[in-house]
Design a protein around this ligand. Sequence first.
Ligand code: PGA
Length: 244
Amino acid sequence: MYFIANWKMFGSIKSVNSLNKVISYSKTNKLKAKIIYCPPYTLIKSFVDKTKNSNIKIGAQDCHTQIKYGPFTGAISSKMIKDLGGKFVIIGHSETRAENDNKKINLKIKSALDEKLNVILCIGEKLIDKRKNKTKYVLKKQLLEGLKNLKNLNKKVIIAYEPVWSIGTGIIPSENDLKKNIRFIRNILKISKKFTKSKILYGGSVNPKNIKNLMRIDNIDGFLIGGSSTNEKIFIDIMKKSIN
Ligand code: PGA
């Protein structure tokens, strides 16, 4: 089971200390959870240093399409992430999709894979898509265009299904819808004939109250967790409740 913490624009240098309990938990946990932290760029290096004697891995929240240095103010490349010790990168999160079409997302994934980073590709429908019954159309398009012409690196690409209307709202999809949509994603990956073994995660308002219900959905390989991951007690509580 993957538990990926997406810190978004949260955290200061002092936040490194908030990893202490999670590091201890990661050494004892029975779940054999794969814990990955994706802090803001400013904290990647200190998170990498802090977790170096543990199994916790660190990632970034986005990257540029180009690996080489270039005149792109404010941008960070996958090579720079790797240079800091990052092993993962989130690409296509809905909070970044306004500046990223599927083509750009595809190029970003390519650059990350070329640098041997693991990719967490986020896909998900907006509320309006759901209302118009276009969820499947959106998921298929985001997947097939996002993964177009890439090398077959099954284990390097994780898919995170995050319905946009679930992010930060406290609302999660029904068990039935979630099961159906994860199955649909799995089938699309089969059609692509690549990425058939990719892990599929769920993200959107995961918290200690709903984790047990989410764990009942047997085709989910883990969770991408925003708000609830910035508090170590809550994050550990989620992981603990996922086993009991
Ligand atoms: P949330 O965010 O858990 O705060 O809803 C999840 C995400 O955006 O990845």
